[in-house]
Design a binder for this molecule. Structure first.
Ligand code: PLP
Length: 395
């Protein structure tokens, strides 16, 4: 017999049992009308989670990376200029993908731990009077550093310059867990995946397109086949996919959307803020610091925690796995070995989180760091006691 601990990686996240069961449904004929009963609630539900009235939603059998490719290849032409900031591993990878597609990326190098420099974006956009820049990329939540960025400020930079560039937002580790406003922020393409806030296995790229991005797709010439939104839209019009859909995963998504919308998306966001605040208080009680440079950029879905110089932070992750059977996230790229990450998103309660904090404490004490057992747990407990969660007994 083996028992399963919750995971504390920043995705894939823990799966509620009801979602797991929804994914393992019996085979149906995906060309029968039954599929439409799964497809359309998914499209409508995702639109609500994005806080949009009119976004065109597409769901591909893929992951967040495929969502990036869907955004670029459907809207741009080879040689087009894209503005992006590199402040972590995932913004770096999206930039790399742009370059591999023959796009000209104007990169604003930004220290890891900082958010997107909206002021610099504003100056660059203002100076771009010929409107060479076609798209501005924004990674809403840098999962590598635990840093969120101010997307409203990026939209304000575009508006202040009266610039027509489209705004593409990577919400892979924010959508369905942190405040995300497709319409209010004037987002043109939002990208996410199934394995984070939606509490599903990896396997779905979920994207939303504005009317403006849809119009751009009519003339965009970058090569695309599998990720062509036109083929996908034609499929949807007939309750189908242009190829075989991942029906089980989509049935799981339908169920996940029911859970999220029943809880209320603002309550989901508040739950993540509450749980994250407890984690941050624990980190402070340990005498450690976050990679995120200032409170305004603290992520509510993942905390990247710096360990003292000379200590390999990855040892905590390895030790937690080997000794306690618990998964934390390693540091990536520039911060590999310097931080370990606690994921706090998806299907999570205070009590689960406290067990993760207790495990992190045991690991750090085992490995010789000066951590008083119970110190971080107590700090989080005090906060959770003072700010009790609404108990949801469903599912
Ligand atoms: N963007 C962000 C912010 C991510 O955190 C990730 C994955 O963790 C990705 C993109 C890539 O998504 P995927 O691994 O689903 O392809």
């Amino acid at each position: 017999m083996s028992f399963q601990n919750p995971v504390f990686i920043p995705g894939p996240t823990n799966m509620p049992e009801a979602i797991r069961q929804a994914c393992s449904m019996p085979t149906i004929d995906h060309r029968s009308p039954i599929f439409g009963n799964i497809l359309h609630p998914c499209l409508d539900g995702v639109r609500k989670v994005l806080k949009s009235e009119s976004a065109h939603i597409f769901i591909f059998p893929s992951t967040g990376t495929g969502g990036w490719e869907t955004a670029l290849s459907n809207t741009l032409n080879s040689g087009d200029t894209v503005l992006a900031a590199r402040n972590g591993m995932f913004s770096h990878r999206w930039i790399d993908m742009c370059q591999r597609h023959g796009l000209d990326v104007q990169v604003v190098e930004t220290p890891w731990g900082h958010g997107l420099p909206a002021d610099e974006y504003a100056a660059i956009l203002k100076a771009d009077t010929n409107h060479k820049i076609k798209v501005v990329l924004a990674t809403h939540n840098e999962t590598a550093t635990g840093v969120k960025s101010d997307i409203a400020a990026v939209r304000a930079a575009l508006d202040a310059a009266n610039h027509p560039a489209m705004l593409f937002v990577d919400g892979v580790s924010s959508i369905a867990s942190m405040d995300f406003r497709f319409d209010a922020w004037g987002v043109d393409v939002a990208v996410t995946g199934s394995q984070k806030g939606f509490m599903l296995p990896a396997g779905l790229a979920i994207v939303g397109f504005s009317d403006k991005a849809m119009t751009a797709s009519e003339t965009a010439t970058l090569p695309r086949a599998f990720f062509d939104i036109k083929d996908m839209q034609n499929g949807y019009d007939n309750n189908a996919f242009p190829y075989t859909p991942p029906v089980g995963l989509m049935n799981g998504l339908k169920h996940a959307l029911d859970l999220l919308l029943d809880e209320g998306i603002d309550n989901v966001i508040a739950r993540h803020t509450r749980i994250a605040t407890g984690v941050r208080l624990a980190v402070a009680a340990w005498g450690l610091e976050l990679c995120a440079a200032s409170p305004d950029v603290y992520s509510d879905t993942v905390s990247a925690i710096k360990t003292p110089d000379g200590f390999n932070a990855t040892d905590i992750v390895t030790h937690a796995d080997q000794v306690y059977g618990v998964a934390f996230g390693v540091g990536l790229g520039d911060v590999a070995g310097k931080v370990f990450r606690i994921g706090h998103l998806g299907s999570l309660t205070d009590v689960m989180m406290l067990s993760g904090l207790a495990t992190a404490e045991m690991c750090m004490a085992d490995l010789g760091l000066n951590i008083k057992l119970g110190s971080g747990v107590a700090a989080a407990q005090e906060y959770y006691r003072a700010n009790p969660a609404a108990i949801i007994k469903d599912a």
